[in-house]
Design a protein around this ligand. Structure first.
Ligand code: SF4
Ligand code: SF4
Length: 436
């Protein structure tokens, strides 16, 4: 008898940990590097063993995840029906030499019992590791370095807004597809490459016509800098999510307009308030804030301002309204390009004009961010510390300003988010500087 064991989804670099670590039975560290490819190769090799030795050949396939998508599900089912092939989910905890062969121990199996089998050959499934994990691959002249951003964060895959714009990297005009974006089959890579090519065509057309790539595809404007007042603090160059701002040796920003996505994050970052667009700048939004009527003689009629990101949060509000949901009339809404574009001076202006609270609604941030401009809502959240300190130095509660993350499909949460903020502000009472 020829027995053959396939241990799937253990990347060679992780083998030592996966097999030897006492706590490693649930080790899934290789997950990002495995896909339907590793599952199908394991199944194919098991089939080869059976075709080669139909009488007494046996194949064991031990896996953490079996992915047989689409038509491949039939292949998987056919192998399940083969009495010479044994498939189970389980964690391989030991492979040791025994006699002329090898002995494999598998724990946490689907049947709940540990398995121990003698085999002649062990084959390790090999994950697909992107070349971007170890090499820059691209050699870009960006102040943040030649490679894609945050490779460590994405397991070595190049950065990509995986929810909204899967092919887009943070390097404008460079689109990622296939194995550098995530582990995938050839069919998936071909489809991915088609999507990326279409995006690249859009980008070329946008560049030729002089407007931004999406999400602001209609936008022909660029951020304008009033350099005479620049203090070279480098906040804009450091916070621009797309590396569109280099700087000279003194720290003065050097814009690269072709990389710019018009998110306004630089405008939100600038403490001198010297960055703006023709139709979206510190004064335009400042005037919108000033135009809001603030009742100053009615303790029950407070006023709160709500800065809402136009990408996810504003559509969520629109959907809520279309569904007939409503929220406190004490709130006034100002749409913004991204929470990253919200300059803290707007919040301070709102509070000093007598408003009683400010709510910021933007995309989810963190590992599974949904921000169309990658870092905007996260940066805004960091700036909240600065706002809280300013409010406290004025003797006001930091809780009068709140940032809430909301996804585009969470319209049903809108009334609760806004109303609970309003209730909290009502409980705190009017802004003590109202009317001054
Ligand atoms: S608008 Fe956005 S992409 Fe353009 S320079 Fe400013 S921060 Fe960078
Ligand atoms: S954030 Fe404003 S002040 Fe600071 S470097 Fe940029 S433009 Fe200059």
């Amino acid at each position: 008898m020829y027995a053959f064991s396939l241990i799937q989804e253990i990347h060679p670099a992780l083998l030592k940990d996966a097999v030897m670590s006492p706590g490693g039975t649930d080790d899934d560290a290789d997950f990002p590097y495995a896909s339907a490819v590793t599952s199908l190769v394991a199944l194919k090799q098991a089939r080869y063993v059976r075709e080669d030795q139909p009488e007494d050949g046996r194949a064991y396939v031990f896996y953490q995840h079996m992915r047989s998508v689409g038509q491949y599900e039939y292949f998987y089912k056919a192998l399940q029906d083969d009495p010479g092939i044994f498939l189970t989910k389980g964690a391989v905890t030991e492979v040791k030499a025994e006699g002329d062969g090898l002995n494999v121990t598998v724990e946490n199996t689907i049947l709940g019992e540990d398995i121990n089998v003698d085999v002649d050959l062990v084959v390790l499934g090999t994950g697909m590791v992107p070349t971007t994990r170890d090499e820059a691959v691209v050699n870009l002249a960006y102040r943040q370095g030649p490679a894609f951003r945050d490779l460590d964060l994405f397991g070595g895959y190049c950065d990509s807004n995986f929810i909204c714009f899967p092919y887009e990297t943070r390097r404008t005009g460079i689109y990622a597809a296939g194995g550098v974006r995530r582990c995938m089959t050839i069919e998936e890579a071909m489809e991915d490459a088609t999507g990326a090519a279409l995006k690249a065509i859009q980008s070329v057309v946008a560049a030729e016509e002089g407007h931004a790539v999406h999400p602001r595809t209609w936008d022909f404007d660029y951020p304008d800098f009033y350099f005479q007042r620049c203090t070279q603090c480098k906040r804009c160059t450091e916070e621009c999510p797309f590396g569109a701002l280099d700087d000279d040796e003194k720290g003065t920003p050097k814009p690269n307009p072709t990389r710019c996505r018009r998110c306004g994050t630089c405008m939100g970052a600038c403490p001198e308030r010297i960055i703006g667009f023709k139709d979206y700048n510190i004064d335009v939004v400042g005037s919108m804030i000033k135009a809001v009527e603030v009742p100053d003689d009615d303790e029950d009629k407070l006023r709160m301002i709500c800065f809402v990101c136009e990408n996810d949060a504003y559509p969520a509000l629109e959907n809520a309204a279309r569904k007939g949901l409503s929220w406190s009339p004490l709130v006034r809404i100002i749409p913004v390009r991204c929470l990253g574009s919200v300059n803290v001076s707007w919040i301070k202006d709102a509070m000093s004009s007598g408003m009683d609270g400010a709510l910021l609604l933007g995309c989810k941030f963190g590992d599974e961010y949904q921000c169309h401009f990658v870092k905007g809502s996260e940066l805004a959240n960091r700036r909240m510390d600065n706002v809280a300190e300013s409010l406290q130095s004025l003797g006001m509660e930091a809780e009068r300003v709140r940032l809430v993350e909301i996804a585009i499909d969470e319209y049903d949460k809108v009334p609760e988010i806004i109303n609970s903020f309003v209730d909290d502000v009502l409980e705190m009472g009017p802004n003590p500087f109202k009317g001054w």
